[in-house]
Design a protein around this ligand. Sequence first.
Ligand SMILES: [Fe+2]
Length: 285
Amino acid sequence: MTDTDVPSRPKEGGGWNRQDAAAAPFRLLQLTDLHLYADPHRRLLGQDTRLTLESVLGLARARHWPPDAVALTGDLVHDELPGAYRFLRQRFDALAIPYHCLPGNHDRLDLLVGHLDPAAASALRLVTAGAWDLLLVDSTVPGREGGHLSEHVLAGIADHAAAGRGRPTLVFLHHHLAPIGSAWIDTMQVDNGPAALAALARHPDLRAVICGHVHQDGEQVQQGLRLLATPSTCVQFLPGSPTFALDPLTPGYRWLELHEDGRLDTGIERTDAYPEALGPATEGY
Ligand SMILES: [Fe+2]
């Protein structure tokens, strides 16, 4: 598929499809939990996840385009096969937008590194984004659905703080650090969440910690840290549900404007509808 195949939508609102003054912020998109398959005929809960990704990209191209970079925050594939990573690489290379990947619990890190983003081999990496620093964290634990922030990662984040760069900073990771109030998902959060939060809260320039994994929009403050969660580009989970349940809300993405003066503007956009009927929740996940 080529870039020109992205469906177009009418331009709406005050998005990025315009030329701004010289002091434009760094414009970032977060896409998460794509759950792609190597086999284009497979479905996740009734959804062709390639098609839902296309619908999200179409919306982004109408509202927030071009971004300066895209963060892809895990569960990039669902079947842990090379073909899904190769598809994603071809798709994003065609967009000609820099993209940065980190793994989720459905990813195979070796395949992600080998077929999509070699830089993802590092459990903690620094990406500069205009006047800001982005810290991309691997929160996965092989063989487990839940996450963990290792001593290595926490020490690296402390080193970044101690370096005194004085640049506003965002942490991106797959798993959520604090419960979101949905028991089945909260069994799969970072298992050392309070300790990790305490460590991150000591970073003087950290403006927000942004995750995927929970397939829903969320925002809370814990230990003074702003924690943001972002909808999936495919199916959504019902907020507050103690057991697995689908939310009929549509796929989406997060946009972020990183201003030179340290201000962060961010929000969620969702598509108007699913491309195909949503499957029964009884299929599980
Ligand atoms: Fe996911």
